[in-house]
Write a new protein. Structure first.
Lengths: 456, 569
């Protein structure tokens, strides 16, 4: 009998929907049907059926071809490469679980590595703004139950977070928002007529790169001052109308995305967005939230903050203390200055997402990919180590875009012999300790560790 | 496990009324025993003080708002953290909000064995337990917050204590929590609409229940269940001039309630960080200490325990589930402000704060915290805390002990104040000559909090059968140093600390990660169909996570010590 597993978490976007239903085959090895998920999420589950999924590490040979090797060999190579490198860079972690992120901390400390995650090329500017100005936010349930004015600034959830609008932000009928969309004023700020903009009650089609001015105009109006007849290409009357809608609302929610963090102004756009939220709180209740991209990209920011005190760009190479200075210790900058001599790509695809020049630089040195799938990074790697897919054949904790931890379930039995990220990093750490003749330092007594180090 | 014999120390153990007798403490298999074999490892404690491991009743050490404090304050790191130990232990980071590793190490260095995470938002339980998992050495438990929970407010409005209790039993079980925490009852729920409850009779918007009803209802539910700990409350109107009046009114609510439990607990209300709630005056200009008035009441009422929440005059990070207070504080100091409103349950705010000795109000706050400790007639009901990190980081406990034990140290600090005379005028600290003894300090940091938490059979004493958590401190009981700085130094870095029968600290250096436990309470109560129906319905309609993903999974609390509570119907 096929088995229907309910309330499954989806390993795609930052909405981290946990209401997916997956029908799996009797032997627990095949996904038959996926309900409730968006198209992308649906495909991610079905992809696990792909019979060509890698089951063994593959190492590049002198002739350029890839050859399958054992996990022992792969672990040994990784441990030796990390130890030999002066400043390895371990990057990624958008699409894996927090257990792996916790385990990699030990490896990175031992290796004297730089630990960085996809925020570096994504919501890093948001972190900079949060360092300066704070982050008055809430969980997505508050949005669903209370928000009657929702602003999407530089983000397009209809495409990037397909179920965000139906689960949390536009359509759902919440406790104090029984009329759903009817009760909400939707404002979209986007230089394009995106599909989210089409849904909006007010669409500000501002001049590209002029977000800061428009934020500033809203703040100026809310503080009772006059503004010019046109700001950032938007007419004064329209700005007054939006400001009035926010001021009159009982609960204003501002979502912002790459349109703020990766356009002119970057962290300054987010900074003033936070200031606008603070200002609004003197009139009504207001919150702000970053539209985090991957289902667990908020995870490394959390895990590494509790382990090292910083969410990203963490340089552990000094050995005595962690050091963060984006621009100096951020992945792409390190790569462009050719400061790293080993690159480990984990749970992401730097090959696809990085500037090509940065990829060329890291490619000069040993390049290791730890990822369940073939991707551009895996195909240019010196070593590709497959792991289980967090959210499909491996469970674990992931942090949704509002930093709520969701405990994901595994729906499939993992491929035989393929470890999870956590197991793999623990094996690498043990190997590094053996090579350096040091005692491994586990957090808890050996008998209390979460997972045994031996992979079945 | 090896046997250990701690020889010839000055043993201080209030649970057995031992005050400085020279004696040996024997340890076997993680427990204190009467005798050990000659093979035991011997630790020479001659001329040193031997006490049980410390018990911290209230600190914010793990969870979402603690981590916000770490994440958004890079300035709290580089020049304020020590470098890693040379022996290859994990890197340490952070001053006011230390990393999980530094939290475990620093508590162990101070000889602390148990720490209560003071506020766990239930929706974020997995996060709290992940951090507890990554905190080495110390045993930890966490108190889920209930004072602004929709279920609780709804049941209590209808007067349904049994349903409230059934919901609490369920929530404590699925979150692997420890007891009932209440933060600004009603006020935090009001904050979801940008409002607050500043008096005991301010109704909560929509729920139309008052803080008074929430406090009484939760105390009743706590005793209905017979939990090890009492209701643990952060009262309304924290931090404002004149708030001692509402503090006294809230404390008086405990009068009608009788403790009912099998854990030796005698109080029905633990009123936390009392310093923040003992202010007179009606503005910052005539702000003054009302520590005497508050402590006079506490001293007379056995149904109440308190912890001090001493201001340590540091730059720190305030964080509390009292969301409206943090918003208010942000308007006072204009620094950065984080806030998280949590659906159906609670909220939290985080704001950095500088307790500056050049500011009169900060000086008065410092005095209020110490006055509370010095006015206490029962140190077994008055505990050392800083509401870490709100009034100061926990690594200042030794400094608080120094101030409590030495008038000379207090006067030296008063002398550094810019507005010394104004602080003296607004407080009583300058006229107080009391100096607490090591025995009283052991009550305030060991036996007292252990009893208040219902854990007196395992922590806080050195009787055979108790957990082998033993600290050795470089203080000569018979010949205490004339320089009070030596007291702080001795308590900051234990000469030796044994946790669960294993030496984890020697001369202030961490030597091992020991055997850490997560302690949680398993409340066994017959299933209540109405409450389960309400929970299911609410998760279907109001929450954004699935009910089956809500209970924290076992592997996240991998070495549990579970306290079973059977609820008699």
């Amino acid at each position: 009998m096929p088995k229907l597993i309910t309330q499954v978490g989806c390993p795609y976007c930052g909405s981290s929907c946990d209401d997916i239903e997956v029908l799996v085959s009797d032997d627990g090895k095949k996904v038959l049907e996926v309900h409730n998920a968006c198209t992308i999420g649906n495909n991610l589950f079905h992809h696990a059926n792909d019979s060509t999924r890698p089951m063994l590490p593959r190492k590049r040979q002198p002739d350029g071809s890839m050859k399958e090797i054992s996990y022992d060999e792969a672990v040994d190579y990784t441990a030796k490469t990390l130890l030999a490198a002066k400043k390895p860079l371990i990057f990624g972690f958008g699409s894996t679980n927090c257990e792996g992120m916790s385990a990699v901390g030990r490896v990175a400390e031992k290796a004297g590595a730089v630990l960085d995650n996809c925020a570096s090329i994504c919501h890093g500017p948001s972190f900079l703004a949060i360092f300066d100005n704070g982050y008055p936010s809430c969980t997505l349930g508050e949005v669903k139950n209370r928000a009657d004015c929702v602003v999407f600034w530089g983000c397009n959830p209809m495409h990037a977070h397909p179920r965000h609008t139906s689960r949390y932000s536009i359509f759902p009928r919440g406790f104090f928002t029984q009329k759903g969309q009817m009760q909400r004023t939707i404002i979209s700020v986007d230089p394009r007529v995106s599909d989210t903009a089409k849904l909006a009650d007010i669409h500000y089609m501002l001049n590209q790169g002029h977000d800061y001015e428009l934020f500033d105009a809203f703040r100026t109006v809310l503080r009772g001052h006059d503004i010019p007849d046109e700001v950032a290409g938007i007419k004064k009357e329209q700005i007054l109308q939006g400001a009035e809608a926010m001021k009159k609302a009982r609960f204003v929610m501002i979502f912002f995305g790459m349109g703020c963090t990766h356009t002119d102004g970057r962290n300054h756009n987010v900074d003033i967005a936070i200031s606008l939220t603070r200002d609004l709180n003197t009139h009504t209740k207001a919150s702000i939230m970053a539209m985090r991209g991957h289902y667990n990209i908020a995870g490394p920011g959390q895990v590494w903050s509790w382990q090292f005190g910083f969410p990203y760009c963490i340089d552990l190479s000094k050995g005595s203390h962690a050091h963060m200075n984006p621009g100096e210790t951020s992945s792409v900058d390190l790569a462009m200055r050719d400061e790293v001599d080993c690159f480990v790509n984990v749970g992401t695809d730097a090959g696809a997402h990085w500037p090509i020049d940065a990829v060329k630089h890291v490619k000069k040195h040993p390049f290791i990919t730890i990822d369940p799938n073939f991707c551009m990074a895996s195909e240019i790697s010196d070593l590709h180590i497959p792991v289980r897919i967090a959210g499909v054949d491996e469970g674990g904790v992931v942090y949704r875009m509002d930093n709520v931890p969701i405990q994901f379930k595994a729906v499939l039995k993992g491929l035989t012999g393929v470890p999870s990220d956590e197991e793999l990093f623990d094996m690498i750490y043990e190997r590094m300790c053996k090579l350096t003749l040091t005692e491994p330092i586990w957090l808890a007594a050996l008998e209390h560790r979460k997972y045994p180090s031996v992979v079945s | 496990m090896a046997e250990i014999l701690i020889k010839n120390g000055f043993v201080i153990d209030p649970t057995r009324k031992i005050d400085g007798d020279v004696a040996d403490v024997a340890i076997k298999d993680g427990k204190i025993v009467d005798t050990v074999s000659s093979a035991a490892k011997v630790i020479d404690a001659k001329g040193k003080v031997v006490m049980a491991g410390g018990v911290d009743v209230h600190a914010h050490v793990a969870g979402p708002k603690v981590n916000v404090g770490r994440l958004f304050r890079p300035e709290d790191k580089l020049f304020k953290s020590p470098m890693a130990q040379k022996n290859g232990y994990r890197m340490e980071s952070g001053f006011s909000v230390p990393s999980t590793f530094k939290t475990g190490y620093d508590y162990a260095r101070m000889g602390y064995a148990f720490v209560m995470e003071a506020a766990m938002p239930p929706l974020f339980t997995a996060h709290v337990h992940e951090e507890i998992h990554d905190t080495p050495i110390i045993d930890e438990a966490a108190l889920p917050v209930f004072g602004n929970n929709w279920f609780v407010m709804d049941y209590l409005k209808k007067g349904e204590i049994e349903n409230t209790a059934a919901y609490i039993a369920w929530l404590i079980r699925v979150t692997k929590g420890f007891g009932i925490k209440v933060v600004n009852p009603g006020g935090t729920a009001a904050w979801s609409w940008g409002l607050n409850c500043l008096s005991l009779d301010d109704p909560v918007p929509y729920f139309e229940i008052t803080p008074r009803e929430i406090i009484i209802g939760l105390m009743k539910a706590n005793e209905y269940l017979g939990l090890p700990h009492s209701m643990h409350i952060h009262q309304n109107n924290l931090g404002n001039p004149g708030n001692y009046a509402i503090t006294l009114d809230s404390l008086k609510l405990a009068e009608g309630i009788k403790p009912k439990n099998k854990f030796g607990r005698e109080q029905v209300m633990h009123s936390t960080h009392l310093q923040f709630h003992s202010y007179g005056g009606d503005s910052w200009a005539n702000f003054e200490s009302k520590a005497k008035e508050v402590m006079d009441y506490v001293n007379q009422n056995k149904g109440i325990t308190v912890d001090l929440g001493c201001v340590t005059l540091d730059e720190t990070t305030t964080m509390t589930a009292d969301g409206p207070f943090e918003h208010h504080l942000n308007h006072l100091n204009h620094l950065k402000w984080c806030n998280v409103d949590v659906e159906l349950e609670t909220a939290a705010g985080v704001v950095p704060y500088v307790y500056d000795k050049n500011i009169k109000v900060c000086g008065i706050q410092w005095a209020v915290g110490l006055e509370l400790g010095l006015y206490a007639t029962d140190p077994n009901r008055t505990f050392v805390s800083t509401d870490h990190p709100n009034a100061g980081p926990f690594i200042r406990y030794p400094r608080i002990i120094k101030w409590l034990m030495s008038k000379k140290a207090r006067e030296a600090t008063l002398d550094t104040f810019k507005y010394k005379d104004k602080v003296i005028d607004a407080t009583n600290i300058h006229s107080m000559d009391r100096e607490l003894t090591l025995y009283e300090i052991a009550q305030m940091t060991r036996s007292g909090p252990a009893k208040c938490l219902g854990l007196s059979n395992i922590y806080g004493g050195l009787a055979p059968g108790m957990n082998a958590d033993v600290g050795v401190f470089d203080l000569n009981y018979k010949n205490m140093p004339s320089d009070p700085e030596m007291i702080e130094k001795a308590f900051l870095r234990a000469a030796c600390f044994i946790k669960s029968g294993e030496i984890v600290v020697r001369d202030g250096e961490v030597l091992g990660h020991g055997h850490k436990n997560t302690i949680w309470v398993n409340v066994k109560m017959p299933e209540n169909p109405q409450v389960m129906r309400d929970i299911t319905q609410s998760f279907t309609k109001d929450y954004t996570v699935g009910l089956s993903n809500y209970p924290v999974r076992d592997y996240l609390a991998p070495h549990p010590f579970v306290i079973d509570v059977d609820v008699e119907a």
